[in-house]
Each structure stands twice: as C-alpha cells, then as structure tokens.
Write a protein that binds this ligand. Sequence first.
Ligand SMILES: O=P(O)(O)OC[C@H]1O[C@H](O)[C@H](O)[C@@H](O)[C@@H]1O
Length: 545
Amino acid sequence: MADSQRANDVAAWKALATHYQQIKDVHLRQLFADDPGRGERLTAETGGIYLDYSKNRITDETLRLLLQLAQERGVAQRRDAMFRGEKINLTEGRAVLHVALRAPLGARILVDGHDVVPDVHQVLQAMAAFADRVRGGAWLGHTGKRIRNVVNIGIGGSYLGPEMAYLALRPFSDRSMTFRFVSNVDGADFTEATHDLDPGETLFVVASKTFTTLETMTNAATARQWLVHALGSDAAVARHFVALSTNTEAVGKFGIDTDNMFGFWDWVGGRYSMDSAIGLSTMIAIGRDGFRDMLAGFRAMDEHFLTAPPERNLPLLLGLLTVWYNDFFGAETIAVLPYSSNMRRFPAYLQQLQMESNGKHVDLQGHSVDVQTGPIIWGEPGTDGQHSFYQLLHQGTKLVPCDFIGFCRPLSPVAHQHDLLMANLFAQAEALAFGKTAQELAAEGSPPFQTPFRVTEGNRPSNVILADELTPFTLGALVALYEHSVFTQGTIWGIDSFDQWGVELGKVLAQRIIPELTASAQPALHHDGSTNTLIQRFRDRRRAR
Ligand SMILES: O=P(O)(O)OC[C@H]1O[C@H](O)[C@H](O)[C@@H](O)[C@@H]1O
C-alpha cells in the first residue's frame, strides 16, 4: 500500500511528467504510422471482454512508466490487502469487501477473525428462495393475489445498480412482471412509479444500507400509506414490504418484519452493493440462475485483476489510462458511451461508482492532495449522443477521453440493426482518433471557405470495450472492471476511495431548512443572504396559483 509518500513524489510520476512533454503533440496518426501493429498489440482480453486501448496517446514507453507508477504506488499490495479483508477504508475503519460478495463457497475471507463467505452465501440462499417464491407465484399479497409488480425504493447505491442492472438485463427478465424504481424525494417519482399499479399485486423492496436515508425513509412511509389505504389494513405491510439493509433495528422500527429482511455488512460500500442483498430486485427479475451468472462475471474479473500480468490486466490498464489523461493531459472528464440502449443507465451508475469514490481532496494521511483526483464521469448511449454532444467531442476545445462499450451480438431479435449500431461505434472511435485534414477535404472537393470549419483534428483518445454479448455474466464482469479501475486510480492518488464525507454537509443543512419551510409561523432565518432570500421567496409563493 502506498505509504505516506505522495503520488507525484515517486520516480515514475516525475518520469511521466517529462515523458508527457515529449508525447503531448504527437498525433495518433503518427503513432499508428510508426507502429501499425499497435491495433492488435495494445489490447487485452478476459472472459469475453476485449479492450482495445491502442487509440490512446501512449507509446510503449508510456505504458512502461504507468506500470512502474502502479508498482511504486503499491497497487498490487493494496489490492491484496483489500482481498484479504484488511481495513483499507481507513477513515471509517472498515474492510472493503465487495469482492467477498462473489467469492465461491470454500474461499475464506476473514474480517476480525470471522470468515464472512458463509454469511454471504446464506443471504444469497435466502434471497434465492424468496425470489423463487415471488416469481413462482407462491408468495401472495395480502388479498391473495400474485405479486406482479416490484418497486425498489432506494437512492444512490441502493438504486443506481438495481435500476441499471434491470434495464441492462431486461431480455433475461420475467416479462410478465413490472419493475419500477423510486429514488427521488420528489413525490412525483413515487406517483409516476405507482399510478398504474394494483396495490394488491405490488411488492415494495425498501433498499437502504443505513435505513436512515431521508429520501428512502420518506418514500417508504408514503408507500406504506398508499398500500394500507388501498388494502384497508396495517397487516398488509407484512406481505408487501421487504427490506434490504445492514440495520436490523431500524427495519424493525419501521414495521417491516425482520424475517422479511435481507442483510449485508458494513464492509460493503453503497456504490459497491448491487451484487449484495441490494440486488434482490435484480434477482427477482432474472432469477437465481441469472444472478448467479452475474456473480460469476464479477468473480471472473476479480480473478483477472488478482492474477493477470500487469501489462494484460484490464482494470489496471483502464485505471492507469484514466490517471494519464486526468493528471498529465489535464482532462477533466471522461465520457462513457455504451452502444446499447439497454446500458443507458450505465453512465449514471459509473458516476456514483467513480465520482463518490475518487472525488477526494485529501490523501490517506489527511493532507491536501497536490494532484488532480477523480475525473468527472458522464455519458449517454450511442448512437443518441452522436446527435447531441459529439460535436464537442470532435471539434470542441476540450480533451474528452472516451470509453466506447459495444457488443458483438445483439440483444434484440431486430438483429439486422446491430451492424448499423456497431458501425457507428467503430466510426466514432476512428473519427475521433484520426480526424480529417484540410488536404483530405480539399481532395474531396470541399469548398475552400468551408474547409476550416470542416477540419476535424483527431488525436482524441478512446478505449473500445468490445464484449461478446450483454449477458448477466458480462454485466458483472464490466461492473467489476470499473470497480477495480477506480481502486487502481484511488491507490495511485493515495486517497480513500471508500468513504464519502463530502455528502454529509448538504444533508445536515437540509435538516435545518426543513422546519424553516414547514413552520406555519414565519421563522427567523440565519443563513447567508442568498439562502435566506430563496427560502423567503419559496415560502411566499408556494401557495400562489
Ligand atoms: O443505502 P443508503 O444507506 O440509503 O444510502 C444511500 C446513498 O446515500 C448516501 O448519501 C451516500 O452518499 C451513498 O453512498 C449511498 O449509496
């Protein structure tokens, strides 16, 4: 694990800074001309996931230095410490063991001397038994009706993973059932998710690690009211609510029978929890076998991260390339562009995974970092994005490294459109890298006055992640790929990727403001001038029609 030395103190960082000066103006056209084999060579593969990283602004020397950086920053040692269950989340004194969620029975992972693997499998079995009952119609609602709707109530890590996975894996799901996701404390979210549902056929899955999150507790209370009002009895709650949480006491207090609770542990971070009990809605959707396949995908990537040689290690390479653009080229963002409509929430999922993990301003010693940490992650599926923001990617003044994600085989029976979709992915990566020069345009007969506007410089880097097919296994592997990439980045920067103190202040201030909005008598406001005025205006005008 990185000791108290700072990221930019190690020899490889300094060498990379010098190397950057030599390479920053070299065009990808040149790199491919000098090294035509790089398109085959600068690739890595595991479990049906193929990474082409040849269209990055790197040479073999860059790679050598980045791998040296990983070594000097102790990525492998810290990775091993994580897999061993050491408390690498220093600021919260916790182990970081999402990898235990997909460990096979028989593996031993000790937390404070206790093997957690049997616990994980016990919960998985209970989830599977419950999912079977719901899917098979053996778990009936209060009025004797079969459950046809599952509404996951949760936010952040208790929402983004379940929704993303459901959408991604819909073709594998039970199509006779409806799945909805309520996250926002805006009552409109609950209303839209439930307006056409029969309460007698609806199961609420209340997902919250802490079971104290304002949004989730508020929406869960609204759901309980909605249900009890419709079914006419408090007793209905027992058949229509289950909880996914680490907080048994709060679940009981809320009125959910703790027999209907599926637990997990403080060593699972919220944004790393879609393969824990938080995945119950996913398991109901795709069944126990589908969920098992997804876990196998996670596990395959874990094994790869643990054992593949550095130069062929996908998460390590992806993480190091992120550091390369973030810290040396000064790129502030990364676009994640899945060429898959089913993967449309994947960028949002990765936003929490990456930005909550690596959006940190101090290192593990509590000192201000003096390098840039986590990049801004954003994106939309292709081809949609091509018709909105790609203009900036191609001709804007900002460098935006892109991750293209595509699949060799289609999910949809409308298979003939898949070639069209993938042609666009390959074309975009090619256009970004190689662009079009004024000479090429002139040769094509471009009117001279238009030429400056039509030139695309190229030299915009991208990764292409080409997987065989979007299956539960592939999704698990893709998520683990990014989890370990985030881990790699965080280790290089020497930050704690597993806490999220920055989200607390806003929550505390909201608690202070709630009574100021709800009080019937005019409250004394002691905020800054802007906040006071906004609160006052809201109070004055909210009832105006
Ligand atoms: O699962 P919960 O305890 O309800 O937490 C839900 C989310 O809220 C918090 O604000 C954290 O920033 C997230 O990391 C977490 O995933």
